[in-house]
Design a protein around this ligand. Structure first.
Ligand SMILES: *Cc1c(COP(=O)(O)O)cnc(C)c1O
Length: 417
């Protein structure tokens, strides 16, 4: 969003306040100009013979986001059979979809195999089962290099007691299973977690994976997952994608020479592609001064946007109705019957009841993690595409809350006790 002449505007000069008037509040808005910018930044940061950018769609599964990124040239990273199905529905070719589940059973993996998508295996038990049942299906293996990355234990996946991937220390066991079953390993994968802060720890993990390639002569791809950090506040640190790109490309091109065969380099960004493109607009229901702080109570809560409460993550909040008002200190809280604080002691332009607040970085892990807690409806979603707004999800109704509930007739004979 740009801030010009006292107004916040989306691309094409779309006014977010008018979107709230038309579609109601609270409202998720995604600006595809930013998704496109981020995709192109990533694509041009790497200089290797075959780069693949697979959108990690768990960040935002609206089918229009999937379709938009497919048209940009992205593949898809899916973590469930349902995300695979969404990807196919969105028009992704099966061989451009990568399925990287954890803790699933062989039935789900077999179902995905039938769809012809690529698979990364995350535990030795599954590798053995697949090796016996489908030795003809090539798979990738997800390695845990045990490089600690990420700002939060819930989202960092590389540490020694993380449940993700097969430990690099278990490589001999992997090789035994490969030899015993004859299963073909077509890829090596790692995903060390969200919010990688420095290029060095990423490169260290990347190196561990490349050193492992000597044991696997038939690789088609090496997949470095994701974890690119985006800025959350003004002047915030972010992953220097251009620097990571230049350094990884150099190392990877040397690897290809040594390996003697072109291998695809894959990344699976979620947050990097869509986080900054999303805005969450909420209305101030109550201004509530107390002896300790002034609360702004909004028409939303942890049911719609749980990241601040679940991960303690910081999201910038602005009063877009009255942006030039005198800054005051507020705590922005939700309407759920639990403590659901969006931001504590924030400097925000003086707000009145009815004002619209914008919470930034709402494109990733925002709507995707929403729920119906307190029987509240989930918000509508709007996509600004080529400078024009389009409704891409309707606000829910009571029918959505009751869908799949099976109402008993307590007065009927067969139910009565
Ligand atoms: C979640 C996830 C990603 C995306 O992570 P971001 O931090 O959103 O970029 C990539 N790969 C896998 C396997 C994931 O589970």
């Amino acid at each position: 969003m740009t801030f010009d002449n006292n107004h916040y505007l989306l691309s094409g000069n779309v006014d977010p306040l008018q979107l709230v008037e038309k579609y109601g509040s609270p409202l998720y808005v995604y600006d595809t100009a930013i998704i496109e910018r981020q995709y192109k930044r990533m694509a041009s940061a790497f200089d290797v013979p075959d780069l693949k950018i697979n959108y990690a769609c768990k960040a935002n599964t609206n089918i229009n986001i999937l379709q938009f990124l497919q048209k940009q040239g992205a593949g898809l990273d899916a973590v469930s059979v349902q995300e695979v199905e969404l990807g196919l529905r969105a028009g992704y070719r099966p061989d451009t979809i990568m399925y990287t589940p954890n803790s699933v059973d062989i039935a789900e993996v077999s179902e995905v195999i039938k769809k012809g998508v690529r698979i990364n295996i995350d535990n030795i038990s599954m590798l053995e089962q697949l090796g016996h049942e489908h030795p003809e299906v090539p798979v990738g293996i997800r390695i845990n290099p045990h490089i600690m990355a990420g700002g939060n234990t819930k989202i960092s996946t590389g540490h020694i007691d993380s449940k993700f991937g097969i430990s690099i220390h278990q490589l001999p066991h992997i090789l035994k299973v490969v030899e015993a079953t004859g299963i073909k390993i077509e890829g090596l994968h790692m995903h060390t977690g969200s919010d990688i802060l420095d290029a060095n720890s990423f490169l260290l993990a990347a190196d561990i994976l490349l050193n492992t390639t000597v044991h696997f002569p038939d690789l088609d791809y090496v997949d470095y997952g994701s974890g690119f950090k985006v800025p959350y506040k003004k002047d915030d640190i972010e992953t220097d994608i251009e620097e990571v790109g230049a350094r990884i490309s150099e190392r990877f091109n040397q690897f290809i020479k040594d390996y003697g065969k072109t291998v695809s380099l894959i990344f699976e960004p979620g947050k990097f592609l869509v986080s900054e493109a999303g805005y969450f607009l909420m209305k101030v229901n109550v201004v509530k001064p107390t002896p300790s702080t002034v609360f702004l109570g909004v028409d939303s809560g942890l049911n719609h946007m749980i990241r601040p409460m679940f991960y303690n993550s910081y999201h910038r909040i602005e009063n877009i109705s009255r942006p030039s008002g005198k800054p005051r200190i507020y705590s922005v809280v939700g309407y759920i019957c639990e403590t659901d604080t969006f931001g504590d002691n924030r400097k925000i332009a003086e707000a009145m009841e009815g004002d619209i607040l914008c919470l930034f970085n709402a494109g990733a892990y925002a709507f995707a993690m929403s729920s119906n807690y307190n029987s509240r409806f989930r918000p509508a979603e709007v996509m600004v595409y080529h400078g024009k707004p389009h409704l891409i999800r309707k606000r829910e109704t009571l029918d959505d809350i009751l869908r799949n509930q099976v109402e008993l007739s307590f007065d009927k004979e067969e139910v009565r006790v």
